[in-house]
Write a protein that binds this ligand. Structure first.
Ligand code: ADP
Ligand code: MG
Ligand code: MG
Length: 885
C-alpha cells in the first residue's frame, strides 16, 4: 500500500480513494477534499501519519520506503505548476506542513518557501519580477528552517532582524528594502553557521527531507505532548506531512493572507469573521507579528478600526472568498475555519476544518443550523461537547458593580475572570499550585505557554487578533481571554505592565471580561448566568432523547437549588457529614465522638437532631417530591476531631472534663489506615444511636414537609460501605424500628426506602444477597475505584502521572471510570442485584457521575440514573442523550 497521496494536481485524488483523517490527517484530508470539489488548492501531496510512527520507531532508515513515492508525487506538482524544484531559473517552492488527525493549532511545525537557495533566489526574483519578494521569502525560509529543523532558538533571528530594522530606522518587516534584505540574509547565514556549526543547506533535496523529518519529530516535542495530555489525544496517532506548492501572499499589495471563520467563533453569530494582512505570509496573521485587519466592512466599522477591511481593499477576491465560505459550510455542514492566500489577486485555499468555538457559539450554531435545515437535531446534539457546557454555567460580571476600566482589547474568549497578573507561564504554574488565581499577561502567547494558560483563570495579550494563538487556545480551553490590547505595555523582565495609566506589578489584581474585551482594575463581583435561549433549546433536545435520569450530589440548600435550576431530577447523594462541619455544630459533633458512654453520646446527639431535621426539611422542600438519597454518616470519626489548642480548650469546657483527658481520647481514636478503618456502616454497627438519630431526623423532617406543606417527599436512606449482607440487614432493621416509633408518635406515615452504596468489591461479589435487603444500589465509584485498584485517591497524584505517561493506564481512573475493572464489578453487581430484585433501582454517584465516558457506560449497562455535582448536571443531561443516540 502506498503512503504518499497527491492532491490538486489533477492526477490522483486522495479523497476519491476513500482515505480519511486517520491516514491523511485533518489538514491533508480536507485539502484533498477541497481540491476534489474544485476549489483552488495549490497542488501537493500528503505523507501518511503511519510513516511518522515508522520514523519515530525506526529512524531515518524508514524514509527509504517512501523516497520513490515522494519523488513521483513531487513530479506531479512540478507538472501541475510548470516549475521545477531546485531549478535556478523558475524554481518550485513548497511548504512542508504537519497535520494530525485532529487539529492541534500551532503545536507542530510548518516551514514555508522551501526550495530557495543562493541560486534559486535569483530565479525567483526574475520569474516573479519582484526581487524584494524573493529576498523576503528567502530570509523567512532561513528563519523558519533554522528554528524548526536546526532547532536554533528563533529569538536569535528576531533579535538580529530587530537590530537591522533599528539601524535602518524602519518599524515593520515590510519596510525593509532590497539592500537591507541582502544584509539580513547574510547575517542569518552567519548565525546558522555560528549556532549550527555548518552552513545553511543549499541542496533542495536535503532541505526537503530534513524538513519532513522535523515535522515527524515535532509529534513528540514537549509542547505537543502537553497538548495531547490536556486534550486526551493518543500518542500513537502520529502526524501526516503535507508538502504543497507555495502561493505567495507577500507579492506586493495585490497579495494577502488571512484566516476566517464562516460564523463568529466567540458568539456563534451568523456573520463571516476573520482577519487578513496585505503583502504578508502565513504566520504573520496568527503569530501576532503585525496586528491584522478585519475581513468585513461591518466588523471593521463596529470596531472603529482605520485600516481597510479585505471586503473594501480587495472586493473581488473577497467576493470569491465569501462564495467559498457558503460552499464549504454546505459541504461540511459545519462552521469552518479557513486559511487562504491571495496571490496577485488570485484566491487560493490552504486549509479548512471545523472551527473551534466557545460553548456559547457551539449552542447558537447548533440551534441556527437546525433552523436552517443544514443539520438535523440528532446530528447537532451529537456534535456538542458536553464538557464545554461548563463554561456557560459560571458567573459573568455583575453589570451593576462599580468598576475602573483600564483598557480594551478584543473579546477573544468569553467569560469573566479575576486574578493577580503574572508575566510568564512558569510563574502562572507556580502560583496556581499555591492556590492563587492568576491572569497570564503576555505580548502574545506561543505554544510553549500552554501549561500556564491552562492554570490561569484568564489570559490577556497586548498583540494578536481573534485568530491569534492565545485566542484560539483560550477558546478551546474555555478560558476567558482578551487579546490584542494595544494600550497594554508589558515589561516581562521587570515584571510590570502598564495600562490606562495604571502600573501593574506582578500579583496586582485585575478582572478581564472576555465577552467585551474590557480590562478592569481589581476583582469585580459576578452574577449567575441565565439558562435560557439556545441553552434551554439544546437541553430540551437532550431531555427528549435521553433515558438515564440525572440527579445531583448536593447537601446544602444552595447546591440543591442550583442543581434544580440546572435540571437535576433528584438528589443522588446527600453526604450528611458535610452538614456537621458547620461551626455551630462541630462542637456537639466532637462531644458525640469523644463521649465515653452511650448516655453522653446520646445527649450530644440530641443537640444535633433538630439541626439535622432542619437541614433535611429544607432539602425536601426544595426538591418538591423528587427522590432524595441521604447517606448516613460515613467518614472516620477522627476527621471531626479538634486540632488546635483553642479547639481542645473549648471542647473540654463544653464537656466539663479536663483538657488532657480530651487529648487522650482523641489519641485513642487515631487510626493507622482510616480509609479502611472504623467508618461507614461500621460506625452504625458499633454506635447504632448515631444512625438512629439521623433516621429520626429524616422521618420527622419528611412528615413535617408532607403534613404541613402537603408536599410529596421521597426519602431514600443509604447505608455506606457495606460489604457483608448482614451489616445491611441489621441496620435496615434499626431504621425500620425508628420509623415505626416516629410514625406512631406523629400518627402519620410516609413511604421511604433503604438501600446501600456499593463501594467494596465484596459487596459487588455478593450483590445478589445484598439485594435481598437493599432496595436500591448506588455505586459509590470513588471508593469502589480506591478499593478495587487498591489505590488511595489522596495519594495517587504522586505516581498516577507516571502511569499515564508510560502508557500503563490510559486515563486517571478517578476521573474516567476504569471500565475494564471497576466497570466489570458494577455490571456484575447490577446483574446479580436484579436477579434477586428485578425492580432494584440502580445509579452511580461520585465524581464519575458527571463524566461523559462514564455516562455512556452507565447507559450501556442499563442503570437508572447518574448523579453529578450541580455544575455538571447539564453536562450529564447532554452526555446521557448522546449515549442514548
Ligand atoms: P498550522 O497548522 O499551524 O496552521 P499550517 O500548516 O496551516 O500550520 O501553515 C500555517 C500557514 O502557513 C497557513 O495558514 C498559510 O498561511 C501558510 N502556508 C502553508 N502552506 C502554504 C502554501 N503552500 N502557500 C502559501 N502559504 C502557505
Ligand atoms: Mg493552519
Ligand atoms: Mg464512599
Amino acid at each position: 500500500m502506498s503512503s504518499v497521496f497527491s492532491f490538486g494536481s489533477g492526477v490522483l485524488v486522495a479523497g476519491q480513494i476513500g482515505l480519511d483523517k486517520r491516514v491523511l490527517g485533518g489538514k491533508g484530508a480536507n485539502l484533498a477534499e477541497m481540491a476534489r470539489i474544485g476549489l483552488p488548492v495549490p497542488p501537493g501531496f500528503t505523507i501518511s501519519a503511519g510513516e511518522c510512527l515508522a520514523y519515530l520507531d525506526h529512524g531515518r532508515a524508514s524514509l527509504d520506503r517512501i523516497r520513490d513515492e515522494v519523488s513521483a508525487a513531487l513530479g506531479l506538482v512540478e507538472r501541475a505548476t510548470g516549475k521545477t524544484f531546485g531549478n535556478p531559473r523558475d524554481p518550485l517552492l513548497v511548504s512542508v506542513r504537519s497535520g494530525a488527525r485532529v487539529s492541534m493549532p500551532g503545536m507542530m511545525d510548518t516551514i514555508l518557501n522551501l526550495g530557495i537557495n543562493d541560486a534559486t533566489v535569483t530565479g525567483l526574483g526574475q520569474s516573479s519580477g519582484d526581487e524584494r519578494f524573493a529576498l523576503d521569502s528567502y530570509r523567512r525560509f532561513i528563519q523558519m528552517y533554522s528554528s524548526v529543523v536546526l532547532e536554533i532558538e528563533h529569538g536569535v533571528f528576531e533579535a538580529a532582524l530587530d537590530r537591522i530594522k533599528e539601524d535602518r530606522g524602519v518599524d515593520e518587516d515590510i519596510d525593509l528594502r532590497v539592500e537591507d534584505l541582502r544584509g539580513v540574509i547574510a547575517t542569518f547565514k552567519d548565525l546558522v553557521l555560528a549556532h549550527h556549526g555548518a552552513a545553511f543547506p543549499q541542496d533542495v533535496q536535503e532541505q526537503l527531507w530534513t524538513a519532513i523529518e522535523a515535522v515527524f519529530r515535532s509529534w513528540d516535542s514537549p509542547r505537543a505532548k502537553v497538548y495531547r495530555r490536556l486534550n486526551d489525544i493518543p500518542g500513537d496517532w502520529g502526524t501526516a506531512v503535507n508538502v504543497q506548492a507555495m502561493v505567495f501572499g507577500n507579492l506586493g499589495e495585490t497579495s494577502a493572507t488571512g484566516v476566517a471563520f464562516t460564523r463568529n467563533p466567540a458568539t456563534g453569530e451568523k456573520a463571516y469573521y476573520g482577519e487578513w494582512l496585505a503583502n504578508a505570509q502565513g504566520e504573520d496573521v496568527v503569530a501576532g507579528i503585525r496586528t491584522p485587519q478585519y475581513l468585513t466592512r461591518a466588523a471593521r466599522e463596529a470596531a472603529g478600526a482605520r485600516l481597510p477591511s479585505m471586503q473594501e481593499a480587495m472586493p473581488k477576491a473577497y467576493a470569491q472568498l465569501a462564495e467559498v465560505f457558503e460552499l464549504l459550510e454546505r459541504h461540511y455542514r459545519d462552521m469552518q475555519d479557513i486559511e487562504f492566500t491571495v496571490e496577485r489577486g488570485r484566491l487560493y485555499l490552504l486549509q479548512t476544518r471545523s472551527g473551534k468555538r466557545t460553548a456559547k457559539a457551539a449552542l447558537k450554531i447548533a440551534v441556527d443550523m437546525v433552523e436552517e435545515s443544514l443539520v438535523d437535531e440528532v446530528t447537532a446534539l451529537l456534535r456538542l461537547d458536553p464538557a464545554s457546557l461548563d463554561q456557560l454555567l459560571h458567573p459573568s460580571l455583575d453589570p451593576n458593580a462599580p468598576r475602573v476600566l483600564l483598557g480594551k482589547g478584543l473579546p477573544a474568549s468569553p467569560g469573566a475572570a479575576s486574578g493577580g497578573v503574572v508575566f510568564d507561564a512558569e510563574t502562572a504554574a507556580r502560583w496556581a499550585e499555591l492556590g492563587e488565581k492568576v491572569i497570564l499577561v503576555r505580548h502574545e502567547t506561543s505554544p510553549d505557554d500552554i501549561h500556564g494558560m491552562h492554570v490561569a483563570t484568564g489570559i490577556l495579550t497586548a498583540r494578536g487578533g481573534m485568530t491569534s494563538h492565545a485566542a484560539v487556545v483560550a477558546r478551546g480551553m474555555g478560558r476567558p481571554c482578551v487579546a490584542g490590547t494595544a494600550s497594554l505595555k508589558i515589561d516581562p523582565v521587570a515584571r510590570v505592565a502598564e495600562i490606562g495609566g495604571q502600573r501593574l506589578e506582578e500579583g496586582a489584581f485585575i478582572t478581564i471580561d472576555g465577552s467585551t474585551g474590557e480590562v478592569f482594575l481589581g476583582e469585580l463581583p459576578t452574577i449567575l448566568p441565565k439558562l435560557s435561549g439556545d441553552f434551554a433549546t439544546v437541553m430540551a433536545w437532550a431531555d427528549k432523547h435521553r433515558r438515564l435520569k440525572i440527579r445531583t450530589n448536593a447537601e446544602t440548600p444552595l447546591d440543591c437549588e442550583m442543581a434544580r435550576r440546572f435540571g437535576a431530577e433528584g438528589v443522588g447523594l446527600c453526604r450528611t457529614e458535610h452538614m456537621f462541619f458547620d461551626e455551630s455544630r462541630i462542637l456537639a459533633m466532637r462531644q458525640m465522638i469523644l463521649a465515653d458512654s452511650e448516655k453522653e453520646r446520646r445527649s450530644a446527639l440530641d443537640q444535633l437532631l433538630p439541626e439535622q431535621r432542619t437541614d433535611f426539611r429544607r432539602i425536601f422542600e426544595i426538591m418538591e417530591g423528587l427522590p432524595v438519597t441521604i447517606r448516613l454518616l460515613d467518614p472516620p470519626l477522627h476527621e471531626f476531631l479538634p486540632h488546635t489548642d483553642s479547639e481542645f480548650t473549648e471542647l473540654s469546657r463544653a464537656m466539663g472534663i479536663d483538657v488532657e483527658q480530651v487529648r487522650h481520647r482523641a489519641i485513642e481514636l487515631a487510626e493507622t489506615n482510616p480509609m479502611l478503618g472504623h467508618r461507614g456502616c461500621r460506625l452504625g454497627v458499633v454506635y447504632p444511636e448515631i444512625y438512629e438519630m439521623q433516621a429520626r431526623a429524616i422521618f420527622e423532617a419528611a412528615l413535617e414537609v408532607a403534613g404541613e406543606a402537603g408536599m410529596a417527599v421521597c426519602p431514600e436512606i443509604m447505608i455506606p460501605l457495606v460489604g457483608l449482607p448482614r451489616e445491611l440487614e441489621s441496620l435496615k432493621d434499626t431504621l425500620y424500628r425508628v420509623a415505626e416509633v416516629v410514625f406512631a408518635e406523629k400518627g402519620e406515615r410516609i413511604a421511604f426506602s433503604v438501600g446501600t452504596m456499593i463501594e467494596l468489591p465484596r459487596a459487588a461479589l455478593v450483590a445478589d444477597e445484598i439485594a435481598a435487603s437493599g432496595e436500591f444500589f448506588s455505586f459509590g465509584t470513588n471508593d469502589l475505584t480506591q478499593t478495587t485498584l487498591g489505590i488511595s485517591r489522596d495519594d495517587a497524584a504522586r505516581f498516577l502521572g507516571a502511569y499515564v505517561e508510560k502508557g500503563i493506564i490510559a486515563k486517571d481512573p478517578f476521573v474516567t471510570l476504569d471500565i475494564e475493572g471497576v466497570g466489570k464489578l458494577i455490571e456484575m453487581a447490577s446483574r446479580k442485584g436484579r436477579e434477586t430484585r428485578p425492580d432494584l433501582k440502580l445509579g452511580i454517584c461520585g465524581e464519575h457521575g458527571g463524566d461523559p465516558a462514564t455516562i455512556a457506560f452507565c447507559e450501556e449497562i442499563g442503570l437508572d440514573y447518574v448523579s453529578a455535582s450541580p455544575f455538571r448536571v447539564p453536562i450529564a443531561r447532554l452526555a446521557a442523550a448522546q449515549a442514548a443516540l
